[in-house]
Structures are given as structure tokens and as C-alpha cells.
Design a protein around this ligand. Structure first.
Ligand code: SAM
Ligand code: SF4
Length: 461
């Protein structure tokens, strides 16, 4: 038998890229590739790139410079070392990548990962291969499913892409250009993927998509199903005890999705619902197509359906034209909603997007200051949210061994890491944990049955 070839994937950016990296591993497994954690001893390195903010492309070229040296070393040892660039920078830059870094063998856009084996073969024949089209065929139907060992190695929590691309065209965002038009996978494919994952030990599935609640895939009845309906169906799959979905757009939240939070015990009460800004003027300039009050009302509807629900969000500070008053409206919204956590970014002009043409740039120093202010408000809300868990008993899905011997880590309903001392036969189970302290962002506790005699545990370095 041939020696297995080693594949190293370095992923940047969103959870969609984490998932895509796994699908690339699955696509190349039949070619004899096995994953390695090191680029140095790999035969093939794939940079799975992100284009969402500035400097992403420059970071890719600097990584490629390092890989070129590894390729030269490998050549001196008589070893083949191949380099592929995948993801949204590959989509956006295309041939420019090979022009700037001739050591690259393959450039492949996110819609073409199922063609990776042929592209590698073409690169070996012709020296180079490039594919950044949006092919008409369904890549999901053509990507090989993960092998049972791969599913088990990836752990009890898995992503399943249900929707890809975006038609929302927020004025700052490259996703509609790099990931293409919105498409939803058929319900039957998603059920089959989830059943396969469940059969090999997965207990939690996060449905992902750039605009996941815009999901409208074809159901077994030939009609489009909403995300809420899909969640109901997936909750019936034996073994699946937790469901999540990300990332949602406020405009596409419907009654069925809100009702699912009332009706499904498996649907976790934690929703990532990006709002970007609390100012109606900025929301309009961003083409978000809702107001801050629309968002507040939406949050109220979720809370009415599920009183324990918590939220996270994304924010952009320093969007062109953002005044002190606009920024104050963002802070006011955050104060009012009270987040369990949120991501905040400085606005970064993306070539080809409408916002990149806008003239009224916010000064970098002002952006820095606003980012700091917003982040410190969000951090304080997150710290308060985590502190509120102390003294309570919460359900934890145990995922894996932690850094300290005998210690396990799992996640609460709100994705907080929770550490306990326990034997690893509880991995994959949801068990109640009594929380007695916090260490940075982690909750430290005891299995509830052992909580009578708490033993403090130290994590971290
Ligand atoms: N689809 C999601 C939504 O509706 O909000 C998020 C997609 S995007 C991958 C993740 C986040 O990156 C966005 O929510 C936004 O906050 C941020 N982002 C996107 N484009 C940006 C830009 N040009 N500058 C700064 N942040 C940006
Ligand atoms: Fe980008 Fe807006 Fe689509 Fe989210 S909804 S991916 S921010 S265009």
C-alpha cells in the first residue's frame, strides 16, 4: 500500500471555514491524505483564507512566503510539497495569487472544494490549477461524507452547513461577492448528514450558514422548509441532544424560529443575532433594512418565547459617517439588551463594496477609542453574565479532556466552557454541574452529584 500523504490546513476566519476545512479533509481522504498538525512535515498545505476584513490578503501572501521556503527545503530532499490557497481570498484574488507567488500549485474558491482531487492532479500535470467559478452543480451532494473515524476524532459537537452565500448585500460586506448567491441545501441531505454524525457519537449540531435563518431548502414534501421546521425535524434524530444555529440576520427571523425556542428542549437558548449598530442612520447606510427598534422588538419576542434565552452579536464601529451620536446609540442599545458576549470590529473598507466608495471616513484614532469603549462595555456584560452562574447548577455537554490530568471540559447552554474533575467516560453526556468559581472565561465546578464536597480546581497556565 502507498504511504499516506500528509495534509495540513490552516484556516482563518469564520466557522464556515472551520467546517469547509473538514470537508476538504474528507474530500482528500480517498486520495490517501491524512491530516497533520504541522506544515513542516506536510506534503500538501492548504491555506483556507478569509477576506472579511483588510490585511487578510497581505497575511496570505506573507504565509505563502513561508510556505515557499518549506517547498524549497522539500525539493532539496527530493520530496514533493504542494501549496493550495482556498477560501474567500482565493475567490477574490484568483490568478493574482499565482502571479504574486508562483510557488502556489492550486487556487480554489469555496464553491469548488469537491474538485480538489482533480485540481491537484491538473497541477501535477500542468504546473498550476485554478478554479474560482461558481459551478452549477451541488458541491454538497458531491463532497464525500466524513469517515466514522474522522467524525469521532472531531468530537461530540459538529457543524453542518445548511445554507451558503448571501443576497443581503450589506454595504460593507464582501460575502455576497466571495460566497455567491444564497442557496439552501435540501432537507433530506441535512437529515442524512446529521444522522450520520449522531451514529458516530455527535451529540450537538450547529447549523451554519452566512445567513442561516434565510434557510429555505426543499423538504421531502417538495416545498421549501424554514429553519424552524428543519430544527423540529432534526430534534427527532436519536442521539442529538443539542441544536444551535448561526449566523442569523434580524430581518429573516420568523414566527416558526421563535416558536422553536419555546417548543424544542434541544434548541439551545443562546442566539447570535448581529445588529452591527444601534443607530438608524448607520443601519440604513449599511443596508441592514431594519431599525434599532425593530431589533429591540425582536429580542423581546425571543425573550417572551424563552425566558432563559441570551444573545450575542456583531458590531462595527467607525462605519463611514458614524457620528458621536450614532455611536452613543450603539452603546445605548448594548446597555439595553445586555449581551452574554459580542464581537466588535473596526470598519474596514472592502474593495468592490458600496461602503468602500463612501467618503466620510472616521479617523483611525476615533475608531480605536470607540472600539475600546464598546469592547469594555461588552466585556463587563459578559463578565456579569458568567458571574451569575456561580452558585447555580447548569447542564454541561462534556467534550474532551482538559489540560490538567483528570479534568474534563464541556460547554453550557450558553457556550461557556465549564471544567470539572471527572473520568472521561462522561464525554458525550449532558450532566448537571454546580458552578463554584470563575477563571477568566471558564466556569469551574463539580458534577452535581459530587457537589457536596467541593474541591477547587485550577485551570490555565
Ligand atoms: N451574516 C452575518 C450577519 O448578518 O451579520 C455575519 C457575516 S460576517 C462573516 C461576520 C461579521 O464581520 C459581520 O457581522 C460584521 O460585524 C463583520 N464585518 C463584515 N464586513 C466587515 C467590514 N467590512 N469591516 C468590519 N467588519 C466587518
Ligand atoms: Fe454580509 Fe450582510 Fe450577508 Fe451577513 S447578511 S453575510 S453581513 S451581506
Amino acid at each position: 500500500m502507498d504511504q499516506p500523504r500528509k495534509l495540513h490546513i490552516k484556516s482563518f476566519g469564520c466557522q464556515m471555514n472551520v467546517y469547509d476545512a473538514q470537508r476538504m479533509v474528507d474530500a482528500l481522504a480517498p486520495q490517501g491524505f491524512v491530516e497533520t498538525a504541522n506544515a513542516d512535515d506536510a506534503d500538501l498545505v492548504i491555506l483556507n483564507t478569509c477576506h472579511i476584513r483588510e490585511k487578510a490578503a497581505e497575511k496570505v501572501y506573507s504565509e505563502l512566503g513561508k510556505l515557499k521556503l518549506l517547498k524549497q527545503d522539500a525539493a532539496q530532499q527530493g520530496r514533493r510539497f504542494e501549496i493550495a490557497v482556498a477560501g474567500c481570498v482565493a475567490q477574490a484574488e484568483g490568478e493574482e495569487i499565482i502571479r504574486r507567488q508562483p510557488a502556489v500549485d492550486v487556487v480554489v474558491g469555496p464553491q469548488s472544494y469537491h474538485h480538489l482531487p482533480e485540481l491537484l492532479a491538473q497541477a501535477r500535470r500542468e504546473g498550476r490549477a485554478l478554479e474560482t467559478e461558481f459551478p452549477v452543480e451541488d458541491k454538497f451532494g458531491l463532497l464525500p461524507p466524513p469517515q466514522p473515524e474522522a467524525i469521532r476524532a472531531r468530537g461530540v459537537s459538529a457543524f453542518v452547513t445548511v445554507q451558503e452565500g448571501c443576497d443581503k448585500f450589506c454595504s460593507f460586506c464582501v460575502v455576497p461577492y466571495t460566497r455567491g448567491a444564497e442557496m439552501s441545501r435540501p432537507v433530506a441531505q441535512i437529515i442524512a448528514d446529521t444522522e450520520r454524525l449522531a451514529a458516530h457519537g455527535v451529540r450537538e449540531v450547529t447549523l451554519i450558514g452566512q445567513n442561516v435563518n434565510g434557510y429555505h431548502g426543499e423538504g421531502p414534501d417538495g416545498r421549501p422548509w424554514s429553519l424552524g421546521r428543519l430544527l423540529h425535524r432534526l430534534a427527532e434524530i436519536p442521539g442529538i441532544v443539542r441544536l444551535r444555529y448561526s449566523t442569523s440576520h434580524p430581518l429573516d427571523v420568523d414566527d416558526e424560529l421563535i416558536a422553536a425556542h419555546r417548543e424544542l428542549a434541544a434548541l439551545m437558548p443562546f442566539v447570535h443575532l448581529p445588529v452591527q449598530s444601534g443607530s438608524d442612520t448607520i443601519l440604513a447606510a449599511m443596508n441592514r433594512r431594519h431599525t434599532a427598534d425593530d431589533y429591540r422588538r425582536l429580542i423581546d419576542r425571543f425573550r417572551a418565547a424563552s425566558p432563559t434565552i441570551a444573545f450575542s452579536s456583531d458590531f462595527i464601529v467607525g462605519f463611514p459617517g458614524e457620528s458621536e451620536r450614532d455611536f452613543a446609540a450603539t452603546l445605548a442599545l448594548v446597555e439595553q439588551i445586555g449581551y452574554a458576549g459580542a464581537y466588535s470590529f473596526k470598519y474596514s473598507p472592502r474593495p468592490g463594496t458600496p461602503a468602500a466608495e463612501m467618503q466620510e471616513m472616521v479617523a483611525p484614532a476615533v475608531m480605536d477609542e470607540r472600539l475600546e469603549q464598546l469592547q469594555s462595555l461588552i466585556d463587563s456584560q459578559q463578565a456579569a453574565f458568567n458571574a451569575a452562574a456561580i452558585g447555580t447548577t447548569v447542564d454541561v455537554l462534556f467534550e474532551r479532556a482538559a489540560r490538567h490530568p483528570g479534568q474534563l471540559v464541556g460547554r453550557t447552554a450558553y457556550l461557556q466552557p465549564a471544567h470539572v474533575m471527572a473520568s472521561d467516560d462522561i464525554i458525550g453526556q449532558v450532566l448537571p454541574v454546580t458552578i463554584h468559581s470563575l477563571e477568566r472565561y471558564s466556569l469551574i465546578g463539580e458534577l452535581a452529584s459530587h457537589a457536596a464536597a467541593p474541591k477547587p480546581v485550577t485551570i490555565g497556565a
